[in-house]
Design a protein. Structure first.
Length: 71
């Protein structure tokens, strides 16, 4: 497992993120999501609010979040 903690820059909601493949990112909430106005409206079906997704994408771009391999 290579879950990486990422938090939303806007609301501070924390998640653990694992990149299983390039198109598939799994997100696991580590706390309540009701602090984020976007999540409170959309529920946990969406993988984070816009700011959180941007943070996750930046982690990937900068090489801090890499695709998990089975080897
Ligand atoms: Zn947020």
């Amino acid at each position: 497992m290579s879950m990486r903690p990422v938090s939303c820059e806007a609301c501070g909601t924390g998640v653990l993120v694992e990149k299983r493949s390039l198109p598939h990112t799994s997100v696991q909430w580590t706390g309540p999501t009701d602090r984020c106005p976007e999540l409170a409206g959309g529920g946990a079906r969406i993988a984070g609010c816009v700011r959180l997704r941007a943070s996750i994408e930046r982690e990937v771009r900068e090489g801090r979040l890499t695709v998990a391999h089975d080897d």
